[in-house]
Structures are given as structure tokens and as C-alpha cells.
Design a protein around this ligand. Structure first.
Ligand SMILES: NC(=O)c1ccc[n+]([C@@H]2O[C@H](COP(=O)([O-])OP(=O)(O)OC[C@H]3O[C@@H](n4cnc5c(N)ncnc54)[C@H](O)[C@@H]3O)[C@@H](O)[C@H]2O)c1
Length: 386
């Protein structure tokens, strides 16, 4: 029986953005139950936030350290099984390490950490403990992204030649961080965000999507990072050239000063015999172009999509599924893996995958390489996790 896996949460209190998205995504398939949380670093806010979502007092914690210690002391059948980390970036490393040390699996939002070295610490502990680690690169959960990946892997379009990955936003086109805007404040603070601004916040999603869909690794890059808004200590715009391990080339454009852009994530892949085009605002459509045949408009949840793609949908074609459902696909996959691990059972043979510690390391290597390259006048720089 698919019992509910017990989740704890760190971060995601009143006024936070992504914590509530995680809670919704976790509940969508009824396979996860939030049993405890430390929702804020401020004890009063942590308590008030927990009351808002009906968490019992005895499972409401005012610090993540307290939560990990007290949960670890509970009987195995009661205690949380994994922790979801939805704090600003600087807390991902200490919380992930402490959770693994206390025997809990970890699901963290991205970027994994502030530096590649911090991420290596987590990777080492994941390996030593054998515990599970997921990183919520949620866009890999979209059904048409999964179809795109299967299509490239099938080889029917031939070898990939060029990838264009874009993630444009416009919300940081002004010094929003100088107002009372919490999310803008930590994202533009190197102490809390890490050394990449737009780079860590959204370029990492575009990088991850490019590697996920093509099955290729970015091996070298040349990055031109810019801070357009006066006084902002981190980049707010990134133009990056990519070289992949099969000699494919790529262009990655990410920006938070792209006035008018919302969350304009898109991916184009040009291969020898055809090409793919996907855009988040029309997430359930994938265009497939052919050298010598008309363009196909493929739609999610139809019989024309791959098994993995159809498995990532819940309702018939035409009913809009989107961001939350794609996010929930990561949760469904991770919950199945945690349940199988903790129940000593085999995960279902067709269990979908989720981005893990390798994606975490590759994302941090991408950030560090881009920072190094940009400091050296966009010099070609290796992307290496070693
Ligand atoms: N995958 C995505 O699509 C996506 C989207 C947005 C944000 N994110 C990531 O999610 C994370 C959070 O971003 P956000 O926009 O929700 O930030 P936010 O500022 O809205 O929320 C952060 C929350 O963490 C809490 N917090 C901070 N320190 C804490 C501590 N020591 N203990 C407990 N709680 C603590 C804050 O009180 C707040 O409730 C970031 O790493 C960000 O990069 C991912």
C-alpha cells in the first residue's frame, strides 16, 4: 500500500514564496504528509505560521536544530522521514548536513548551496550515509519536457547540434531590494544568495533543463555577467555561450531586468534531422520540426506522447496543468523513493526519476565556472564538479 511519507519543512513561513508551493506539490498525489516544521528563524513567526497551516503544537519547532533532534528521538513510525529545505540559499548547507547527520533524507530547493565546496560536503555525506537527496529543479517535471527528453534519447532527430536555453524575468529591473521586499533583499545579498544573483536564481534552471533534455553535459562556457541596477552587488543579467560534450554548442540567456518578462523559460534544441521548441507559458505544447516533413504540434496527455510524459499528467488533454503539477511530479518520484527505502521494498520499475546530488553538483559547478569566466572577460572556462 502506498502509505503517506512523513515530511518536515524548514522555511516557508508567513509571507514566504516557495514553501507553500512545496506543501501544495507534496499533497497533490496524497503520498506525502507534512508532520512537522520549523517555518521561520523567528520563533514567534514560526509558531504563528505553523498555526496557519494547522500543524500540531507538539510538532511545531522554533529552530531546525531542535526539530532534527526531537524528531530523531521519536519512534520510527512517527518521526518525519525527509526534510524539505525551502529557506534562502545560505541555510541549505547547514540544514542539509544536519538532517543527513540525524538520519533524514533531504529534499532541497535550488541552488543546492552557495558554493561548489558546500555542495561537495553534502555529496560526501549523502554517499557516506546512503540517504536520499533531491533538488527541486521542478521544470524537469513538465510532461512535454519529459517527452522532449525521450525524443532526443530515441535518436530519431539525430545528434544534437545547438541548444538555446532562456530564462527571462523583469521583476528586478529596479532596485526593489531597497524597498521592503524580502525576496528581492536576500536574492541580491551575496551572504544569503551566494556569489551568483540571476545566475544562481534562474540561470541554473535553464542550465539544468538544457542538460536534462539533451542528456549532454556542459563542458565549457564563456559568460558575460552584468549588474545593470546601480548599487546591486550581484549580477542581474547573464549571457553565456556553452560547449557540450558531443561538440554541440549552446546559448544561455538569463535575466532579471528583462522588462515585461514574467517567468519566460524556454528551450530550443536543434539536431541533425529535426528540432524541438518548448516555452513555459505554453507548457503543454511541444513543437517538433523536421527536415523534410511538416512541423508537429504535440500536446500533453495525448496518445502521441511518451509513456514517461503521460505518466507526468493527471487529467485529460486540454485541461491546463502547469507549474504546481510539474513540481508535484518531483515530489511523487521522491516520495516513492523514500517509501521504498524506508520500507525495504523495491521502488516500482517504472518509477520516474528526480534531480539528485549530481544535478546539485553540476548546477554549482556551472555557477562557479560562469563567475570565473565573467571575471576573466568571458574567457572559456571548464565546468567541472571535481
Ligand atoms: N524551484 C523554484 O521554482 C523556486 C522558486 C522560488 C524560490 N526557490 C528557492 O527556494 C528558496 C526560498 O525562496 P523563497 O523565494 O521562498 O524565499 P522567501 O524569502 O520567500 O522564504 C524563505 C523562508 O525561509 C525562512 N527561513 C529563513 N531562515 C530560516 C531558518 N534558519 N529556519 C527556518 N526558516 C528560515 C524565512 O523566514 C522564510 O519563511 C531559495 O533557495 C530559492 O532559490 C525556488
Amino acid at each position: 500500500m502506498a502509505r503517506r511519507v512523513r515530511m518536515g519543512m524548514v522555511g516557508g513561513g508567513r509571507g514566504a514564496f516557495i514553501g507553500a508551493v512545496h506543501r501544495t506539490a507534496a499533497r497533490l498525489d496524497d503520498h506525502v504528509q507534512l508532520v512537522c516544521a520549523a517555518l521561520s528563524a523567528d520563533p514567534d513567526r514560526a509558531k504563528a505560521s505553523a498555526a496557519d497551516i494547522n500543524l500540531p503544537d507538539d510538532r511545531t519547532y522554533t529552530s531546525y536544530k531542535d526539530m532534527l533532534q526531537r524528531e530523531a528521538a521519536l519512534p520510527a513510525a512517527e518521526r518525519m522521514e525527509f526534510v524539505a529545505i525551502v529557506t534562502p540559499n545560505h541555510m541549505h548547507h547547514p540544514v542539509a548536513l544536519a538532517a543527513l547527520e540525524h538520519g533524514f533524507h533531504v529534499l532541497s530547493d535550488k541552488p543546492a548551496t552557495r558554493t561548489l565546496d558546500e555542495c561537495r560536503d553534502i555529496a560526501k555525506l549523502v554517499e557516506q550515509t546512503g540517504l536520499l537527496y533531491a533538488l527541486t529543479h521542478n521544470y524537469t517535471g513538465y510532461p512535454m519536457i519529459r517527452h522532449a527528453r525521450d525524443l532526443i534519447a530515441s535518436g530519431s532527430l539525430g545528434a544534437v547540434r545547438k541548444v538555446v536555453a532562456e530564462y527571462a524575468q523583469g521583476w528586478l529591473a529596479t532596485p526593489l531590494e531597497q524597498t521592503d521586499h524580502k525576496q528581492a533583499a536576500w536574492r541580491t545579498d551575496p551572504e544569503r544568495a551566494g556569489a551568483g544573483g540571476c545566475l544562481g536564481d534562474i540561470a541554473t534552471h535553464a542550465h539544468n533543463l538544457a542538460e536534462y533534455v539533451t542528456g549532454l553535459d556542459v563542458q565549457h562556457l564563456a559568460a558575460d555577467l552584468t549588474t545593470f541596477v546601480d548599487g546591486r552587488p550581484l549580477d542581474d543579467d547573464a549571457n553565456i555561450l556553452l560547449r557540450f560534450n558531443n561538440n554541440a554548442k549552446g546559448v544561455l540567456h538569463a535575466s532579471q531586468i528583462a522588462v515585461g518578462a514574467e517567468n519566460d523559460l524556454s528551450l530550443r534544441v536543434y539536431a541533425e534531422k529535426g528540432a524541438l521548441e518548448w516555452r513555459q507559458p505554453d507548457a503543454n505544447t511541444l513543437l517538433v520540426h523536421h527536415l523534410d516533413a511538416p512541423t508537429q504540434i504535440l500536446r500533453a496527455a495525448t496518445a502521441h506522447t511518451s509513456d514517461a510524459s503521460r505518466a507526468a499528467t493527471r487529467i485529460p488533454p486540454g485541461h491546463p496543468e502547469g507549474y504546481l503539477e510539474a513540481f508535484a511530479n518531483i515530489y511523487a518520484a521522491f516520495a516513492a523513493a523514500v517509501r521504498a527505502r524506508n520500507d525495504n521494498s523495491a521502488p516500482p520499475a517504472d518509477a520516474p526519476d528526480y534531480p539528485g546530488i549530481t544535478a546539485a553538483l553540476r548546477g554549482m559547478a556551472f555557477i562557479e565556472a560562469a563567475l570565473t569566466s565573467s571575471k576573466n572577460n568571458a574567457a572559456w572556462t571548464p565546468v567541472s564538479v571535481d
